[in-house]
Design a protein around this ligand. Structure first.
Ligand SMILES: [Zn+2]
Length: 448
């Protein structure tokens, strides 16, 4: 029988599928056509059935689903290292909000999002969930570069944007969702709704946000139960802790992507599980600004869906999902004094298959299986820090660095090919970052 021609075949010494039916395939191959996986199996079987002009050798590599960064503020890469070692609310109110008010513009978001996409693609992240200002600009950058992203149409941050007309914000959110939903067949951008938090939006705005999400059948992306400040604010303002409060206004009627979720009661953990809230754990950001350690092991025991995120580069200070995986595992082990908690496989799920579920895309990405979208990475395993190898999942979680990623594909398109970026020019991005950072530096002097 003649072999069927497909667009690409990606080989690997190991293919880590994250599919329960067939978790790891030795000497495997993934055949890709029209943006989707058409076959996956051992390389001989795939070779017998398929041929392609673009075959990517798998020698000394592991193939896995691309990583999913479930919570970030991409353009904040331009504020990487701008103000470190400061408590969250002081950091927000006295450092980040003033500089953002001074420098954030369409140009800032364009350049910052390009920089973030560059860093994420290089490190094997193929999908991210974003929340920031000028979301239409971020969406355009993502569309051009071809990485996958859920871009939040973020509604008013009342304490931070006094000058911004609230009705205008709702109108812009509606327009953004309608425009990008209509393009869904031709873009890697998915519009979703976003609200910063229960302490920057009031109850009426939160209800309106939920109603809009129900109307469009889209997820809502929020920061939730991040700090003790937030718990106190919630108790004082709403007479309830944050998750209980949101449940009381039926906020979880539509899928919610909740970043952080550090401070929760036992009853609230049940709500998270029952309402299928997608919790995004951001261990580096949470530890760096000492917000606390989310009880992830308890969430998993209760059946909560948990993904991983980096948060913005201003609190991380990079967008490296490999580091997040390691830190997530270490924190749960040491806080429970139990090294069996959060084993490598579970952490890898949080960065791939479970992460996809947490952001509402579990049927499309996060697992390598026939019919899924071809968001695939190839990781080198020949470097000193990876030798020898006994267990591939352990290797990916505990020994791999972002710089080990060799190729990254989104919807079957190769975005990064062993040193080359195929959809943008990193030199040009670097030049623009230098220009914008000079402006930021000048503004910083004036603010002090
Ligand atoms: Zn955040």
């Amino acid at each position: 029988m003649p072999r069927q021609a497909v667009e690409k075949i990606v080989f690997g010494d190991y293919v880590v599928t994250m599919d329960e039916a067939r978790p790891i395939i030795s000497d495997g191959a993934v055949a890709i056509d029209q943006g989707r996986i058409v076959a996956i199996g051992c390389f001989r079987d795939v070779r017998e059935q398929f041929k392609s002009k673009f075959e990517y050798s798998g020698t000394d590599t592991v193939v896995s689903p691309g990583l999913i960064n479930g919570h970030t503020h991409a353009a904040m890469t331009l504020l990487r290292g701008y103000s470190d070692d400061i408590p969250l609310m002081e950091w927000l109110n006295e450092h980040i909000n003033p500089i953002e008010a001074a420098v954030v513009s369409e140009e800032f978001v364009r350049v910052g999002t390009q920089l973030a996409c560059w860093e994420m693609i290089r490190g094997g992240t193929t999908t991210f969930v974003d929340m920031y200002f000028f979301h239409h600009v971020a969406a355009t950058v993502v569309d051009e570069i071809g990485i996958r992203a859920l871009i939040s149409a973020s509604i008013v941050d009342q304490h931070r944007n006094d000058a911004v007309d609230i009705d205008d914000q709702w109108r812009q959110a509606n327009e953004f969702i309608q425009e990008w939903s209509s393009r869904s067949q031709h873009t890697t951008v998915r519009p979703i709704l976003g609200g910063h938090s229960i302490y920057t939006l009031n109850q009426e705005q939160l209800i309106r946000l939920r109603e809009l999400a129900v109307q469009y059948e889209l997820p809502v992306h929020v920061h939730l139960a991040e700090s003790q400040f937030e718990t106190n604010y919630s108790l004082t303002t709403y007479g309830n802790t944050p998750i209980d409060f949101l449940e009381s206004i039926d906020f979880f009627d539509q899928h919610v992507i909740a970043a952080h979720v550090i401070w929760s009661t036992a009853q609230e953990i049940d709500i998270l599980a029952q309402r299928n809230v997608g919790v995004i754990h951001n261990p580096t950001s949470n530890t760096k600004i000492a917000s606390g350690i989310a009880p992830i092991a308890k969430y998993l025991d209760a059946g909560v869906t948990v993904g991983l995120g980096t948060d913005g580069a201003a609190t991380n200070n990079d967008l490296d999902m490999w580091e997040e995986m390691r830190l997530a595992a270490y924190l749960q082990k040491v806080t429970s004094m139990d090294p069996t908690v959060l084993p490598a496989k579970v952490v890898l799920e949080m960065a791939t298959s479970k992460g996809a579920e947490a952001i509402g895309l579990g049927s499309e990405i996060g697992t390598l299986r026939e019919g899924m979208r071809a968001d695939v990475i190839q990781v080198d395993i020949k470097n000193a820090h990876q030798l020898p190898m006994y267990d591939v999942e352990s290797h990916l979680v505990y020994a791999t660095h972002a710089s080990d990623v060799k190729r990254a594909f989104v919807d079957g398109e190769c975005l990064y090919d062993d040193g080359d970026y195929l959809t943008f020019d990193p030199k040009s991005v670097r030049r623009q970052v230098v220009q914008v950072s000079n402006t930021i530096r000048n503004c910083q002097k004036n603010l002090r």
